[in-house]
Design a protein around this ligand. Sequence first.
Ligand code: ADP
Length: 173
Amino acid sequence: MAQRVGIYPGSFDPPTNGHLDIVERSSRLFDRVVIGVGRNLSKKTLFTADERVALMKDACRKWPNVEVRSFDGLQVAFAKECGASFIIRGIRALSDFEFEFEMGNMNRRLAPGIDMVFLMTAPEYLFLSASRVKELAAFGAPVDTFVPANVAKALAAHAGQGGLRTGATESND
Ligand code: ADP
């Protein structure tokens, strides 16, 4: 039988426990999950694409059917490149739904053979976003309960260098 392959695209700046919860659940739903770390995002990021890939790889070692790559361009093109028929996204609140619904409809037009799979966030991660975590870390607040240990370390290192990079902007994630 053909393998069920799903991609999980995002900016992951940085990866949070909310993202990892979606990865873990996806790893049980699919034979193979490819996490796609967006390289050329319209939003400014705290971590470079290579750093985000390295952080995600390190955090996902325990799932043998999960791999991490970076990608440019359209999600559907990346899905095809990976031989995936599913695009996985996490949904937190109504605001996420509206954006994802629009994006999902666009993806369907571009690639009718690829289906969107939306996983509802676990309640404990409902209010967890990468932006909030970056904000907390920049002010020196502990973030250990929100992100894996490797990410907490990387955020602390950044805060030690004077916090958010000049030009880093607020995003809706
Ligand atoms: P993007 O910029 O593409 O939205 P993000 O890194 O912010 O990338 O998020 C990637 C995916 O993970 C999105 O589908 C987003 O809704 C989901 N996500 C983000 N935070 C959480 C969370 N706390 N719980 C569940 N899903 C989440």
